[in-house]
Design a binder for this molecule. Structure first.
Ligand SMILES: [Zn+2]
Ligand SMILES: [Zn+2]
Length: 898
């Protein structure tokens, strides 16, 4: 459906779709904009244009239309007290990491807080009605505007005013009346300044009218009435109508302060502090002029660099003023904005990485660093984090708990970026033309080179306006769910016995059997789910090899046949297997909380797998685990086992569970049912989980981590065993340690023996040399050294392949022998690690016939390697140890043939 079509249809009947009681009571008049023809409602009879086309656009800058001034957190207190006074419940913000929705990484609007997906349908669950919530929202598609326009943020507070029209809630009349009174009574804006513009909203198969409200050209909020479903030719009223009024808190604060930009009043004392550090006067008249021009030009040009260029021209700024004031100011705004977003995201458990939602966070941190480098700003990021939290905690006290964790993560991630700079420099130096938007995306995705880095390196002067929107499109929605379709229509939900008495033997009726599958009316076989592997066992004489849930119907896969439909079958579950799996499952919960308390608040379960004799838990963490960390985690986990804590299981309404325990319960992912099963290990761990668990942690006996590994950026795998498997593992592990240490001891003893033998030989060295020289004609053996003495005037040959001699021995002996007998050739072959080496000496006379280098070459070649040297001394070797004897024989023949 086209929004324009809906708008023209609704605007054709304003009485029905737009006119609220307030308009009659206050004498609002409906007008059409002289410029763009859009319809709006006002009490100002002289007004001819809509807020976008009025002359007074952004005239609140430097001249706020309210009597009182409220900064960011004060503005919230005003809004909150107004709505609470008028019967609303004030609800705490929900996490910015959207754990309860499968299709979003981050919370992008306040209404998302209350949306739960069930099947293909979105349902609304309100913890109170009506309510108001200060929801921090993250949006990355306008990232290039942040800092430059004075009003774009990467995260902002959406004031969510939500109501379901029933006995507690209200509909259009009261909503618009409240919003009008909020602006005029609570904030003191002149009634004449408030303008309502007609608009429509459409999405997810439903649609409705909406009224945007403006003051001085600034859109403060938009009241959306989700009312219909169907298409324009045929639509009906929804069963569940919803008011979704979203207003920007940043804008309320800005309107009352009238500062040059929204940043000046929303980041608390931090911007002023940084401006002072670089010597910019925040009260400079020039800033008011410049940012008012920016605001005007934003409506006229879609390209940001055009906006900037024209604003510079019309406000008459010099190059020096641009370089000394505007450019550093834009940088500071960007840095403060991005750090604020990182504070919320990391605090709620997101980590910068190269996957999923982590992408945008890494991008932002790199932008901060690049911007500081480009502008030579030397700010301390920890200090900025501290100042921001000190300010924000008035409104969001929970940030205090993760203050140090945020600094840790930012520190680690900054270090990584610094380390990758050398590589990025190389990549950038190879670019030979100006990169396109697609090049920029590729450069970031595959090499981590951000456009801000390219700007810093002066490769590009501006970031193309489509870059961030394209990138965020690529990384916004995640996880396409596949559901294999087995036709099980008309079958009733299977009764799940494992959530009741959990019998290990039971009888059941076969409702359907086909191929190798069986559906029963009830079952105690646990179906694969939440990382827990299915039960095995038997149905009649058939082996159960797999159990899967399709919707609410459990399907058993059998081996070697299936029972008849309609028959009653006796079923037996393999309890030993179930027992192992159950212990591993409770152990997963224990380890999950243990890792978080040892490592930091950013740790979440990424995924898990529980089999009978092994299990694994993947957690979100920035680095590989050290041995020390692993030991600490294991120790803490086993202390929970030793304490024999009770494991309790209770069911709650989903909204109640979320309010009571927070979103940490969704460690295993979202729960697509209205009633959630909460598994608590006393106050140590609370999770929403559909798995099987022990009753007391003591039953687990022991948890043993067998291996840890960093499996992807930001995810660490912990493999472990528990129960009897862990005890066995420890026993085997101990046994293998004993065996290994015995082997080691033996090796050491052998080494020592050899060393002693060598020492002994060295002492006998002079005697050895003498006995070799004195050998008579023929073959003699002296201490494993073979001496072949020939008649005088011919070369003699002396060799050994014994392992008891080392390099030092061979070189000393060879040298000594040829000194004493110039006719002698000495050839030593010995093993050295995985190589075999040879050392050759040829006496003064012998060398005339046989050069050492020739013998070395021949021997080495036979050993599969190469040799070299001169006529008196040479060496070489190879790898073929088994050719030792052949090589010596060849050398001997070569020498003695003369
Ligand atoms: Zn207009
Ligand atoms: Zn679980």
């Amino acid at each position: 459906m086209d929004k324009k079509e809906i708008l023209s249809k609704f605007s054709a009947d304003p009485e029905r779709y737009y006119k609220v009681k307030l308009f009659d009571n206050e004498g609002f008049e409906r007008k059409s904009c002289a410029t763009c023809k859009r319809f709006y409602w006002t009490i100002d009879e002289n007004r001819v244009n809509c807020p976008d086309h009025s002359d007074d656009t952004y005239s609140f800058i430097g001249n706020p239309p309210t009597a009182k001034r409220f900064d960011y957190t004060q503005a919230w207190k005003e809004v909150e007290s107004f709505f609470v006074k008028n019967g609303h419940t004030s609800v705490n913000r929900y996490p910015v990491v959207c754990r309860w929705r499968d299709d979003l990484y981050f919370t992008i609007a306040s209404i998302v807080d209350f949306q739960r997906v069930m099947g293909s349908k979105v349902v609304f669950e309100f913890p109170a009605n009506p309510l108001v919530v200060p929801q921090t929202c993250l949006r990355f598609k306008d990232l290039e505007n942040v800092g430059l326009t004075g009003r774009h943020f990467s995260s902002f507070c959406m004031i969510g005013q939500h109501s379901i029209p029933n006995s507690q809630g209200y509909w259009k009349d009261e909503c618009i009346d409240l919003d009008y009174r909020l602006v005029t009574e609570q904030f003191g804006v002149d009634k004449k300044e408030v303008i309502f513009v007609e608009d429509v909203w459409e999405g997810g198969g439903s649609f409705g009218s909406s009224l945007e409200f403006f003051v001085k050209g600034l859109e403060l909020g938009n009241a959306v009435f989700t009312e219909f479903q169907g298409d324009l030719s045929n639509y009906k009223t929804l069963d569940q109508q919803i008011i979704d009024m979203g207003a920007g808190l940043e804008r309320f604060a800005w309107l009352t302060m009238g500062t040059p930009t929204a940043y000046d009043c929303c980041f608390g004392p931090i911007t002023n502090n940084l401006l002072q550090q670089v010597g910019i006067d925040a009260n400079d008249e020039l800033l008011v002029t410049y940012f008012t021009e920016i605001a005007k030009h934003l409506e006229r040009f879609s390209d940001l660099s055009e906006v900037r260029k024209n604003a510079i021209k019309t406000s008459g700024l010099s190059d020096e003023q641009i370089n000394k004031i505007i450019t550093p100011l834009e940088g500071i705004y960007l840095i403060v904005d991005h750090i604020r977003t990182l504070i919320f995201a990391i605090s709620d458990g997101a980590l910068p990485s190269n996957v999923g939602g982590g992408y945008n966070l890494r991008m932002m941190l790199r932008r901060i660093i690049s911007t500081m480098d480009r502008l030579s700003l030397k700010f301390d990021m920890n200090e900025i984090v501290d100042t921001q939290i000190n300010y924000l905690k008035n409104m969001y006290p929970e940030l205090e708990k993760t203050r140090e964790d945020i600094k840790t993560i930012i520190g680690i991630e900054s270090g990584r970026y610094e380390n990758s700079k050398l590589r990025m420099e190389k990549i950038v130096s190879k670019l030979n033309q100006k990169p396109t938007v697609d090049d920029l995306i590729r450069l970031y995705e595959s090499d981590g080179v951000t456009p801000d880095y390219l700007k810093e390196m002066k490769v590009i002067s501006d970031i193309p306006s489509t870059f961030y929107s394209k990138l965020s499109q690529l990384h916004q929605s995640k996880k396409q769910k596949e559901q294999d379709q087995v036709s099980l229509e008309k079958l009733p939900d299977t009764e799940l016995l494992y959530y009741g008495d959990d019998p290990k033997e039971f009888d059941a009726k076969v409702l359907k059997s086909f191929d190798k599958y069986v559906v029963l009316d009830k079952t105690s076989f646990y179906a694969r789910g939440g990382g827990q592997e299915p039960d095995h066992g038997t149905i009649e004489k058939f082996e159960v090899v797999d159990v899967v849930k399709h919707g609410n119907v459990v399907v058993h896969e059998l081996k070697n046949g299936i029972p008849k439909e309609g028959s009653t079958v006796s079923c037996v579950i393999d309890s030993k297997r179930r027992d192992g799996i159950t212990k591993n499952h409770t152990s997963t919960h224990i380890l999950n909380s243990s890792t978080r308390s040892v490592l930091g608040s950013w740790v979440w379960q990424h995924s898990a797998f529980k089999e009978e004799d092994h299990a694994r838990l993947d957690i979100t963490h920035h680095s590989a685990l050290t041995d020390d960390e692993t030991a600490k985690i294991e120790k803490l986990a086993n202390s929970i086992v030793e304490k024999n804590m009770s494991v309790t299981i209770e069911s709650f309404d989903r909204g109640t569970a979320e309010q009571k325990y927070g979103f940490k319960i969704y460690q295993g992912g979202i729960v697509p049912v209205k009633s959630v099963r909460i598994v608590s290990i006393e106050d140590f761990d609370v999770e929403a989980c559909g798995g099987t668990h022990v009753k007391k942690t003591g039953e687990i006996e022991l948890i043993k981590i067998t291996r840890t590994k960093r499996i992807q950026d930001g995810v660490v795998r912990i493999e472990f065993v528990s129960g009897p498997t862990a005890l066995d593992y420890t026993k085997q592990h101990d046994a293998s340690i004993i065996k290994k240490s015995a082997e080691l001891k033996e090796k050491m003893e052998m080494k020592e023996k050899r060393r002693e033998k060598k020492q002994e030989l060295r002492e006998r060295f002079p005697i050895l040399v003498d006995s070799i020289i004195q050998s008579k004609i023929g073959t003699n053996i002296v201490d494993e050294i073979i001496v072949d003495m020939t008649e005088s005037g011919k070369p003699n040959f002396c060799s050994t392949i014994s392992d008891q001699y080392d390099e030092l021995f061979h070189t000393s002996l060879g040298q000594k022998i040829i000194e004493k007998d110039p006719w002698m050739v000495y050839c030593g072959v010995f093993e050295d690690g995985d190589k075999i080496r040879t050392i050759i000496y040829s006496g003064e006379q012998a060398a005339k016939y046989k050069k050492a280098v020739d013998i070395a070459k021949l021997v080495s070649e036979m050993l599969g390697g190469a040799g070299g040297g001169n006529q008196r001394f040479a060496q070489g070797g190879g790898k073929e140890k088994f050719k030792k004897n052949d090589a010596i024989e060849k050398a001997k023949a070569m020498v003695l043939e003369v």
